[in-house]
Design a protein around this ligand. Structure first.
Ligand SMILES: Nc1nc2c(ncn2[C@@H]2O[C@H](COP(=O)(O)OP(=O)(O)OP(=O)(O)O)[C@@H](O)[C@H]2O)c(=O)[nH]1
Length: 340
């Protein structure tokens, strides 16, 4: 049998939406900026599976120089615990931010969260005893901020879940009330504030939009699930084409894979016809649960080369991104008016 050759480039970017900047993202970001004077520390959450793509440059501009630490969430979905590959990956990620404290967490690991509590206990000082230390947690939608805060609270002060969490973005819509995570004998405790996930106004690179959609940062209705599976299949094949062998032999074709997946998981409509849209959503969900391979969507070596290149282009500024988002929104509304 001929040896399987995975696609080396993904050709199907087509008309993928590049924006998901909702009203509550804009309002949340503006509120965060206004609150900064009463915040002592920022924790920026990024997704372990897309450690470069899930950096929101808007936070850099909006949150200024407030002392911060970076937490890569969902570690369990991007690597095998204690593996040599995990160690190497995390070393490369740390190198991107040599001047910041960087942590990697999985919601199922007590040790990961304990390390962060220890760091905050030493590093996040309270300006005065009465208010204590106020830490704001920011990040892209659905990156795991509320889950992370619930764990900090559980490990820090032994209390049960305080914040609502969920599998789709946008569960937290407003800046939440402070939650105590560290108690000190002095009475100067540490409190954490959850914030709504904020997406960027415009994603210049279509591939990055697909990565963010796979990680669940945008609602599943924004990009066709079949396009998402096609991109996911491209990524899985680059890492391990045997990862979906329960349903199919290695393939570069999303449709036949989804048909086989639908047949074997019972996602069939009238006359036994596979319901490929539902199959696509289920397939993505399985990957999000870690059951079709655990790997990064970003190429860290390529990112390092980009950073080392003296000619590298700077990130798009917030005002540029907002401008493109405004123009895209206007064009869309003009098209809609034209079709009314
Ligand atoms: N496997 C795994 N799942 C996680 C982890 N952290 C969070 N999740 C899941 O990710 C989803 C999103 O988590 P949330 O805590 O609601 O995310 P959020 O960033 O607060 O979301 P927004 O409300 O959109 O801002 C939930 O289904 C969590 O169970 C993790 O470390 N590992």
């Amino acid at each position: 049998m001929a040896q399987f050759v995975p696609r080396q480039v993904f050709p199907n970017y087509g008309a993928i939406p590049r924006s998901y900047f909702l009203g509550h993202h804009r309002a949340g970001l503006s509120k965060m900026k206004n609150m900064l004077s009463s915040i002592d520390y920022v924790v920026e959450c990024r997704d372990y599976r897309a450690p470069v793509t899930s950096i929101n440059p808007m936070f850099e501009e909006a949150l200024g120089k407030t002392r911060r630490l970076i937490v890569y969430t969902k570690r369990d979905l991007g690597s095998i615990p204690q593996s040599a590959e995990q160690k190497l990956t995390e070393k490369k990620i740390r190198n991107f931010d040599p001047n910041s404290a960087v942590f990697f967490t999985s919601s199922s690991s007590r040790a990961d969260v304990s390390q962060i509590i220890k760091h905050l206990r030493n590093d996040a000082a309270a300006p005065d005893k009465l208010t204590g230390c106020r830490v704001m947690v920011v990040g892209m939608p659905n990156v795991g901020k509320s889950t992370f805060i619930n764990h900090l609270r559980n490990h820090g002060v032994g209390k049960a879940k305080a914040l609502k969490t969920g599998g789709q973005p946008g569960i937290t819509r407003k800046i939440a009330s402070p939650v105590k995570i560290i108690e000190r004998d002095s009475g100067s405790h540490t409190y954490v504030l959850d914030t709504p996930g904020v997406f960027m106004p415009y994603v210049p690179d279509a591939e990055n939009m697909l990565k963010l959609a796979l990680c669940g940062c945008v609602k599943d209705s924004v990009i066709s699930p079949i396009t998402l599976v096609d991109y996911l299949l491209y990524q899985i094949n680059l890492h391990d084409a045997q990862a979906y062998q329960r349903w199919s032999e290695p393939t570069n074709e999303a449709m036949p894979l989804l048909e086989r997946f639908a047949q074997q998981t019972g996602l069939l409509g009238k006359g036994g016809v596979p319901i490929v849209d539902s199959a696509a959503l289920h397939f993505i969900q399985k990957w999000r649960q870690g059951s079709i391979g655990r790997f990064l969507l970003d190429d860290l070596d390529m990112e390092q080369r980009r950073r080392d290149d003296p000619e590298q282009k700077p990130h798009m500024s917030m005002s540029q991104a907002l401008k493109i988002e405004r123009v895209t929104r206007k064009n869309k509304s003009d098209v809609n008016k034209g079709t009314d």
